[in-house]
Design a binder for this molecule. Sequence first.
Ligand code: SAM
Length: 254
Amino acid sequence: MSAGGLFPAASSSVLPVGMDPSGAARGCSNTTKNDQESELDDDLTPSKLGTKEYWDDAYQRELETFKDIGDVGEIWFGEESMGRVIKCLEKENVPTDAAILDIGTGNGVLLVELARCGFTNLTGIDYSAAAVELARNVLEKEDVSNVKVEVVDFLSPAVDLTGFDLCIDKGTFDAISLNPEDAAGAKAHYLKALQGALREGGLFIITSCNWTKDQLLHMFSQGFEFLRELPTPSFQFGGRTGNSVTALVLKRVR
Ligand SMILES: C[S@@+](CC[C@H](N)C(=O)[O-])C[C@H]1O[C@@H](n2cnc3c(N)ncnc32)[C@H](O)[C@@H]1O
């Protein structure tokens, strides 16, 4: 697989806290990034959100709900996160035929939005077969064709994932960083896979709620150059201001 206005009313929350009704370990903490004094490469507390079983179950449920009532389910970081990415593509003058890879596409709603904005060379991958089935169903319902969506584990792809002009990650690196068995190894694999997927000069747009700007820049320092930070909502608490979400644009360099 080398590079070659869906805003449902019954959609999701701004942060993905609703993903885990039990209130058990979640993907995002609610401390502000400015409050954190963690080391640059600190590991997160392992969580079930770092397992394939979790996502298989979650998307199996979402797939059934979609089939029942047409709700696409969780859009991580809310609808505004998609607008932020699309605005960035416009600002960076990304051509509409750019080869775009959505890493861990989930329900595929970002692909629908990108297609609606005229992008024609779209690929979504996810290691959860249920997510891929959901994404295909959503694309079909929205009458979007010519988008490739495949079951692929980004950390050990069984297909050739190279030559992309742009890779987008919305919440997937966060999930991968929560791997309960070997988070450091998973992050290292991710970096290698990303370096392989993006052509030199290509862009990487990452949205994270688990890592600060400094941490992301540290983790993606090899082979990437920082271009800009995208504005994300900030809030005040106890007289301090912070952001719960970080969105960065990086460029693949030698
Ligand atoms: C937090 S969800 C984000 C989904 C989607 N990007 C969004 O913004 O709504 C994380 C996604 O990453 C996928 N994922 C996690 N690890 C993966 C891997 N190694 N390869 C491919 N997909 C993965 C999960 O199945 C899930 O769909």
